[in-house]
Design a protein around this ligand. Sequence first.
Ligand code: SF4
Ligand code: SF4
Length: 410
Amino acid sequence: MSKLENLKKQWEAIMSCMGCGDCGYAIRPAVGRFLTCPVKEAKGDEAFEIWFSRGRMNVLKSILEGKIPLSKDLAEFVYQCSECGNCTEVCHQTQNEHIVLNTSKWIDHVEVWNALREDLVEAGFAPLERHQVLIEYMNNPEMRNPYGEVKIDKTKWASEFSNIKENADLVFFTGCTMPLRQVNTLRSLMKILEAAKTDITLLDEEWCCGSIALRIGDKKAVMDSIYHNIDQIKNIGGKEIFTACAGCYRTLNKDYPELLGEELPFRVKHITEILIDLINKDQIPFNQGSNPQKITYHDPCHLGRHMDLYEIPREVIAKLPGVELVEMKRNRKNAWCCGAGGGVKSQFADLAMEISWERIKEAIESGADILTTSCPFCIGNFKDAYEQMDPKEQEKIVVIDVIDLIASKI
Ligand code: SF4
Ligand code: SF4
């Protein structure tokens, strides 16, 4: 029986929701805001209160008042939220300094949703079935990744590249998705680094960063991985590590220090921060004869709203030869989620797909030929959705990781 210990810590936040409904209905073209909750919109005609923040807050109030017990049914609804954080950006009661109507600064919605997830895990109503499998894979000593692949498969690609050294100033935290599901993008990354005459080093044994378990609310499942990965980074003498995954970036940068209660003895950068340095120093030999392309950039939630990294990926794209960067209607703080995050993709694949279609449609409306982003998880979800689109719609746009885009221009 859960004592609701995590949710009770969010009492002020939950009670400060004033029920305005902007988290479900806000459209303010003057400030570039067009709706808020991807789950509410994807639910279409079934999009009752329960599917966006206001209704969720009301449910949470009732839980705290003892009127609704934790249950498996409740968990099924709770995990149908991608934790995109778009509700925090619009809420008048949020911690967002840019909202001028603040009467209080109490609500960090993703923190609130996660508190309930943690209580559901403690009460035994979560993780849900698919999430449980991922966590078991992640903690299996033969795997250490949520894809259920054997450990060795995560590092096979590395033997192809001579610029991976035992020691280098740059330490690459590969994450699990790219080496196990998008290894050609990893090869593109190595092609760029080779062309830029840049050496990197890898950890002796990198385990999953633990993002999936943290988003599900199972902190206990992730602590061994955190200690292991930090020891590995210390052992290799890494002062600066980088990752090409938005989930790893948030987890290493934000969750690790918060969970450990201390600053980490190394800096964590995103791949776009490494790439902009190389571009600014003219280290990447671009083919200047590239055909003109219109490109639009999707902000991954874990890079944008969660970590405030909006402009550097755009700077990288804008500096590529032959490229015109165009924006989707919803961008930066109001960017529409790809639909994969918060455990939605693994447990509620149809919902993730529905949200993804909406985003690809928006990319087509921007007039772009190419939809790019800088997160393998977003790319995976977009590509799954793209494959099921009408071929006539597919002809209008291509989905590509920003790393592959850059490699195509060398
Ligand atoms: S926008 Fe904020 S205050 Fe308004 S209903 Fe949503 S959570 Fe509550
Ligand atoms: S975090 Fe995103 S998906 Fe979840 S309630 Fe808020 S806007 Fe909706």
